[in-house]
Ligand binder design. Sequence first.
Ligand code: PLP
Length: 379
Amino acid sequence: MKVYLDNAATTPIDPEVVEAMIPVMKESYGNPSSIHNFGRKSRAIIEKARKKVAFYINAAPSEIFFTAGGTEADNMVLRSAIDDLGVNHIITSQIEHHAVIDTAEIMNEKKGVKLSIVKVDDKGFVDLNHLEELLEENKELKTLVSLMHANNEIGSLLPLKKVSDLCRKFEAYFHSDTVQTMCHYRIDVRELDIDFITCSAHKFHGPKGVGFLYVNENIQINPMITGGAQERNMRAGTENIHGIVGLIKAMEIAHRDMSEHEKHIKRLKYYMVEQLQKVMPEITFNGDPLGDSLYTVLNVHFPNSEMDEMFIYNLDIEGIAASGGSACSSGSNVGSHVLNHLGVDMDRPSIRFSFSKYNTKEEIDYTVKVIKELFAVTV
Ligand code: PLP
């Protein structure tokens, strides 16, 4: 049996998305910047997609900029906040995705921007009192708060509205990396009153290498990638038109079926928690899986056993794809900056299982059975 439980790293593309992309690749080859009919058709496709994206997050089309994914969009926010908005202080957390935390550290080293790290508790929840203290202590500075909506390793969620209210109170800019939550929850940028959010299509059954950045209309930033007038001068380079079409198709499907998928995936996650606890009562979980937690992610902290580092490979041999509780790109939990920061015992293996609409109860049963057998052999 092949079981894919690494959907926080990336999701399989939806066949409906592929169907939507194929005619664009075959027929809509005009460069969207060309003024002839071929070009104008491509331009129209992109602008239609932009309008739809804006509709789903309750933004204006002029606030949406297509990018080559989440990492680029996150970089754009942090870099342009400093270069164009006069930000001289970033508040972030130690458990952000590398696209944010590494960039913040680079901005600190290279541009002398002050970097404040807000405390998170042992389940990965941001300490809002500490955030307020940091904003208060630094109110003379121009601050950007960058905190992710859901942690990609352990799933802990941030109360976006509470953070945006705090940011407004202290006139700080607020960016949230919504890469793991976009299309899993409804996001309304007007209601949230947020300055920047970032998105990546491959996290919700869209294609890889395409995403978008939302920038509130009251904010003017300059491009990070220069050399062309695309994206209204904000992101140079010929547009990834089939990728954009794939993104919006995936977004449409996700919004069409969201409550059904949420119910299905939550049921699988809770079922896996229950089954794991039944077969291995010593198991614990990183984060707060049954609390305020992204329903697609379950990070399991296993007891010590001889296989330790081999665990993820043993699962792989049995056809189960999961991730070592660390960054999306890695297969091992060695050096997970998130788990390390939360003080998780790294001698015990942590595995991130992440689910999608395509997973089934049978796959969970199989996975739990394999885990039980692996431990029975090695403990
Ligand atoms: N932000 C978060 C929270 C992620 O999980 C990822 C995943 O890789 C990214 C950013 C990067 O997105 P992309 O793969 O589109 O560059």
